[in-house]
Design a protein around this ligand. Sequence first.
Ligand SMILES: Cc1ncc(COP(=O)(O)O)c(C=O)c1O
Length: 417
Amino acid sequence: MGVTKVADPSALFDRQREHLFFTWSAQRDVLPLTIVEAAGPRFRTLEDGWLWDLESQVYNVNVGHGHAHVKARMVAQIGTLPAAAPNAVLPIRAELGALLGARTGLHRAFLTTGGSEAVENAIKIARLVTGRSKIITRRNSYHGATLAALGVAGDVRKLPFARDLAPAYHVDDPYPWVDETPSSWVRNLTATLEREGPETVAAVLLEGFTGTNGMQPPPPDFWPQAHALCSAHGVLLIDDEIFSGFGRTGRWFAHEHFLAGAMPDMMVIGKGLTSGYAPLAGVVVSHAIAEHFERNKLWCGLTTYAHPVSCAAAVGAIEALDRDGLIDNARARGEQLGGRLRALVRSLEVVVDARGLGLMWAVELNRPAAPLHALYRERGAYVPYRDQTLFVCPPLCVTAADIDAIVDLLAAGLRMA
Ligand SMILES: Cc1ncc(COP(=O)(O)O)c(C=O)c1O
């Protein structure tokens, strides 16, 4: 296993900090996290020692750290051809295309370097295909950090730019929802479509299972009715599986839990596509949309389109998910994790709710989660959080014993909160 040698950690932090930004932070508030090695579901920092990686880095290292097969695939591609023009024909591109077709059930992919860029291209494709412009999303949603992706979603990360963004069209999605038919989410989607005029709506864009906006399971009628409404009005249904895809929820894609065999028109993928071993994301489209671009120009492109080393990482990661049985493992370990987290709601006053799917869980507290994040770092876990919610999203290679150790550690911290 490779270990990064660091002579003077605080000098390294200062040197990096001087010339490179850290994301989503006032720079002076960033605390050092010097990662020197990583294996399976954990990584080691100079500041904390070994930590359970409950953010899977950025919810992307699905196969776990240091996976030999993914690395071997990348090394082989680096040896063969590490750089190539976007339209070059390469065996690794054909291989990934076939795998994506088989795994997603959709037909053809446009590959980008990151998820936000993939969402941008999904919006462009929806507009090109329908000739309409509006994109409807859920209020509790995040679809990326670029301006169009921020604009369409409801997430607070849009706020500093809100004044200059194109208008957004949101479906109110209160949680917890009342068990009624049609659900309020469906009524709100119907009303939004009617209000805007479906003939002006290019797409409804939904996270397969909502990530950092709360991991709220949808009412059972929401996905089927969203699909039916879109079909009835010629609106495209875009499923954003960037967070929830590639086994995270215990299925290849989260919509499989909700859509009972029906398919979205497009899927946006990223993160777990390469398990974070190289930058790659994309939009995968139905046969009908692919057919549209046989005659009409696809006005989309980028320099590092379908980067060969990233394609190799994706092929390796998809093979690893299959070979290691990681999706079944995510489902089984998710049930174990969910059962234990729900027990904490019953036994600890500080825990208000625990909800999730597979290895994608949110634990809502009755107080801010930041102090617990700091405590857990001292005690052996890196636990992402937002406001009053902790997230528990380990790599899919966790064992039953790992889950027990993780929840014991979480519970001990919560008892001290
Ligand atoms: C649901 C969803 N969509 C889009 C994105 C944007 O992806 P990226 O950060 O790779 O640009 C994210 C990232 O967290 C996400 O969770």
